[in-house]
Design a protein around this ligand. Structure first.
Ligand code: FAD
Length: 191
């Protein structure tokens, strides 16, 4: 049923469906068997401007919302959940920046995310912080002008391939779960 979709939304859904059927479906088993990261598919999604669907136009995106992004995720999921999760995790990692990032941070990171040049990973989960996100133990402490992160995350989609990370860490332990902050970090070549 698509009676409630706008013309633009239907175009996103149809293009995502085409990519899903023609590009993802034929190689999905091979991706699983070889445990390969789907870079070729990510490039196709980037060329189709899909990484910028939910990102405001002033930062290089299409200025749409989560709903339009979800239409694309849904279509990719029909062929391969690995591919769709990889793609969807970018939005997960981008929203903290969009909602709470400084203007400088948004200008620095979002255009590269919108173009698909750099992937983002969202780091919340730890051994004792899954459903109960307040269990986060990773800390971040200021050392001069920089925060030093200390802790271990797990199950982070795109962790090995992303270049930008948005990480939840405790910056004020006295405040309990309310002492958590979201930090954004760009991976350097040496890391
Ligand atoms: C494909 C995939 C991709 C992921 N990508 C990311 C990512 O990019 N970034 C990230 O930070 N994390 C990611 N995760 C981790 C995900 O967020 C956690 O797996 C999730 O939060 C659940 O945590 P857990 O695995 O520790 O399970 P637990 O929290 O230990 O839960 C185990 C079971 O107990 C149940 N349970 C827990 N608490 C209660 C309760 N109070 N009452 C009743 N039942 C309860 C749960 O429903 C579940 O069935 C990913 C996970 C998957 C599967």
């Amino acid at each position: 049923m698509d009676y409630f979709l706008t013309e633009e939304q239907a175009m996103i859904r149809d293009l995502a469906r085409q990519i899903s059927d023609e590009k993802v479906m034929p190689i999905r088993a091979e991706l699983d068997e070889k445990e390969e990261f789907p870079w070729d598919i990510m490039k196709i999604l980037a060329q189709s401007d899909f990484f910028g669907i939910h990102i405001p136009e002033e930062y290089g995106g299409m200025g749409m919302r989560g709903f339009e992004f979800t239409l694309a995720v849904e279509e990719l999921s029909r062929s391969c959940l690995g591919v769709s999760t990889t793609f969807a995790a970018n939005a997960l990692g981008t929203y903290p920046l969009m909602l709470y990032g400084s203007e400088d941070q948004k200008k620095k990171y979002m255009p590269d995310i919108a173009s698909g040049k750099r992937l983002v990973a969202f780091g919340l989960t730890e051994a004792n912080a899954g459903s109960d996100a307040s269990g986060v133990q990773t800390s971040a402490a200021l050392d001069g002008n920089e925060y030093v992160l200390n802790g271990t995350k797990q199950w982070i989609t795109n962790a090995g391939e992303a270049e930008i990370y948005t990480i939840i860490a405790i910056t004020d332990r006295k405040k309990g779960a309310r002492g958590a902050s979201h930090l954004v970090k760009r991976r350097t070549n040496s890391e």
